[in-house]
Structure formats: C-alpha cells, structure tokens
Design a protein. Structure first.
Length: 364
C-alpha cells in the first residue's frame, strides 16, 4: 500500500511540475511578444506565421526576430536530443532535472541581461540576444517534454489539448479522458500570460520569475522517484534496438525485392521534397523583393503628459490603413526619465528607419 501511495505521489509531482512549467510558458511568451516586438520564444507556430507576415510586408513584424527565435529553438531542441541519446541515465527523473536546470540557466542569463540594461536605451543587439537566450532554453524544454510524452501536458502548444477537451467530452460521446489535465494546462498558460502582460513594463522581473519557476521544477525532480511512465521510455528504446539488430542479422529474399521496389519511390519522394524547398525559397525571395521600398514605413506616436496612448487612436487607424507600421508608446508617467526610456525602448524595436511623432509634454 505504501509503495502504491509513493508511486501516486511521484506521478503528482511530475504532473504538477509540468503544469508549473506551462505557467512559465505564458510568462515567457507574454514577455517576448509584448517587450521584444511580436515574437514568441516558446511557441514556434506563431513565429512561422510571423515570418510569413513579415515577408508579405505586414506592419509590426520582423523577419530577423522571428527567424532568430526559430533557429535558437531548433538548436535547443537538438541539444535536448543529444542529452537524451548520448548520455546514460539510470533514472529518468534525473534526466528531466538536468534538462530543466539547463533551461533555467539560459533564462537566468536572459534575466541578467535584461536587469543590467534596464533604464538604458535598448539596442537591437540586446533584443536579439534576449530572444536567442530565451528561445534556446525553451527549445531544450520543448525537446525534453516531447521525449517525455506525458499525454496532454506539452507545457507549450495547446491546440490539440483544447481540441481534445471537446473531442473526448460527453457531448461528443467520449469519456472525458484526463479532462483535469487539459483544463489545468489551459488555465495555467492563461494565468501565466496574464501575469506576464501585467508585468510587461519589467522584462527582467518576468524572465527572473520564469527562471525561478524552472529551477524549482528542476529541484523537485530530484526529490521524487522515477515514475512508471519514465521507466517505460528506455524499455521501448531497448526493445526497438534488439528488433533492429535481429533484422540486420537476417536478410530474406522477399525483403530484398521490396527494398529494390522502394528505390523508385524514394527517388520520387526526394525529387518532390527538393521541388517543395525550391518553391518555398522562390516564394520567400519574391515576397522579399516585392516589399523592398525606399519609403519609411515605421511611425512611433508618443502621447503628452497627463494623457495616454488612446488619444492617438484616430491617427493610428488612418496610418495603419495606409500600410504604415505604427507603434504607440504607453508612457508610465512615473518620471521624465522613465518616459524617455519607454520611448527609446519602442524605437529600438523598430525594424528600419522611423518617424517619431510626439505630442506636447507640458509646454505651451
């Protein structure tokens, strides 16, 4: 009975850790989208769409930032794969702790960079560095959680979770399988995003909070035992390896015939993939050439004292309709220096030359 209770406790710790990391995903993506300029460092689906928007000339999107996030996440996922396959882990909870710890380290680096550059003019290089650090750390986590494969606890992408909630509901004739997990994931990422949005004026605080939560989850993994789900991960790999080894030792004539018959299919598939890549590159080049214009597309609007950015709404709507990339600075109005810093932060996020339009700041 005690063993069964301990096993249940270990499962609860694993599930709770993944839900906490889901909350941190909301924090990180809120910080990156709102403070780093229309880019996600956790959810890569949005960055693929943002890259397409930027290529098509949609205002407010940057090819550089989106591609940097994508490449950094890919690099992080590759490192996670190497950690999983090249190192020998006696217990998978230790593997999980190590991966979460590496993520926490990179989020801490991002926090330090944001902290030591606070109050200064944010340079483009600083923004890009923050994107790389955060996306790399989240890429390690995404790769690790993908390998872990706990149902309905991806910690990032929730599309299938939301769909599964409806598809497996009583209304659809299902059995509501694991509905608390699904609802918990949705609620946690919502709460994380809301918290990050409320703290959007302090990027360092949001990144620091995400790093602390991730470090906490890394520590929790060391305080529990390996779950049955984690233990089955390596059993599956060993079984597959033995089967492949047996197949390599025995070659049947029928299999040789099938192998020869598959060669034309492989050639066709390779040609098709090459054509798709060429077509994609051609489309990207065409869109990029189409949107290379000499005119200034970025306009930054600054409201005056004792007001807020909503006063520019009419002007904003007109300029956006004409195809300009318009940003409205929301000044904190805590001090003159804080307002200047807020303006400089928005200007640093502009992709190219900009026109700054400011209302009176108390002068007649």
């Amino acid at each position: 009975m005690a063993v069964k209770e301990q096993t249940h406790f270990d499962d609860l710790l694993l599930t709770g850790s993944l839900l906490v990391l889901t909350f941190s995903t909301g924090l990180v993506d809120a910080a990156s989208f709102l403070a780093l300029g229309h880019v996600f460092t956790a959810n890569m689906t949005g960055n693929i769409a943002f890259t397409a928007f930027a290529l098509a000339g949609v205002p407010g999107h940057s090819i550089t930032r989106s591609v940097l996030a994508l490449l950094s996440a890919l690099a992080g996922a590759a490192v996670a794969g190497r950690i999983d396959k090249r190192l020998v882990w006696k217990r998978r909870n230790v593997w999980l702790s190590a991966s979460f710890a590496i993520e926490a380290i990179f989020l801490t680096f991002a926090f330090c960079l944001a902290w030591f550059t606070r109050g200064q003019t944010i340079q483009v290089s600083t923004v890009n560095s923050l994107i790389v650090l955060a996306a790399f750390g989240m890429g390690i986590r995404n790769g690790t959680v993908r390998r872990l494969a706990v149902p309905d606890l991806t910690t990032t992408v929730l599309t299938l979770t939301v769909v599964g909630l409806a598809f497996e509901s009583f209304i659809a004739g299902g059995d509501n399988l694991r509905w608390p997990r699904k609802v918990g994931s949705i609620v946690m990422i919502f709460m994380g995003a809301a918290t990050g949005a409320m703290l959007r004026h302090s990027l360092a605080l949001v990144l620091g909070g995400a790093a602390l939560l991730t470090a906490f989850c890394a520590t929790v993994q060391l305080l529990r035992n390996e779950t049955e789900h984690e233990a089955r991960l390596d059993v599956g790999i060993k079984r597959i390896g033995l089967v492949e080894k047996d197949r390599d030792l025995t070659v049947f004539p029928k299999e040789q015939q099938m192998s020869h018959s598959m060669k034309p299919m492989r050639a066709v598939r390779g040609i098709s993939q090459s054509l798709c890549i060429v077509f994609l590159l051609f489309t990207c080049g065409l869109l990029t050439a189409q949107n290379k214009e000499n005119r200034v597309r970025n306009i930054v609007l600054v409201h005056g004292a004792w007001a807020d950015g909503s006063g520019w709404k009419g002007v904003y709507d007109i300029l956006v309709k004409d195809g300009f990339d318009v940003s409205i600075v929301q000044e904190p109005e805590t001090s003159f220096q804080d307002d200047v810093t807020a303006v400089k932060r928005v200007l640093a996020l502009q992709d190219g030359p900009s026109i700054l339009v400011a209302h009176s700041y108390g002068e007649p």
